[in-house]
Design a binder for this molecule. Sequence first.
Ligand code: 2AM
Length: 189
Amino acid sequence: MRVAEENTGIGRKTVRVFFAIWPNDTAQKQLAGLARQLRLESLCGGRKTKAENTHLTLVFVGEVDTGKLAALCRIADDVQASGARAFDFVVDEIRYWKHNNIVYASTGKVPRELINLVTALQNALSAAGFSLERRAYRPHITLARDASCKTLPELTEPIAWRVREWVLVKSEQASGGSVYIPIGRWPLA
Ligand code: 2AM
């Protein structure tokens, strides 16, 4: 585990954090290009996700005391030590959630290793006293917010990358929108 001390939010009382997977550079460019290629804005309106913010959430932890960050990192260490495995993530569908106006990229083949990683994190976080949402895990990469879609474009080519690590990320609100800052990284075997 590597923790960037300057990124932990020391000096603040609470931070908003989540565990996530970031696409590699190629997949990041492809995913960021999707909204443009698919003419999502003219089809659905809304606000595109910035390329550097494109991610797949594993577990949204929420607002925590900065003093709890070390415990979160230890939990991730334990999950890593229990043998979390690398996997391929293949984006092959574009979907729209009407209830929250999000257009997202997803997969029709959710990898078993992804579910194992999410379940291990959820169980370890709950056991350590973090209260998590009870919603079922729906892997998704948000492409646009505040959208309103009647029709959705088909994805012509899948976008795939090898997932070799996961991150603990701090979310901050800035004038230009959310800024995501990595706090720790854990490789997958
Ligand atoms: P979203 O993209 O569908 O909004 C950081 O906010 C990440 O955590 C986002 O990927 C967000 O999903 C996800 N997330 C999951 N539950 C959340 C919640 N209750 N509030 C905010 N973000 C949440």
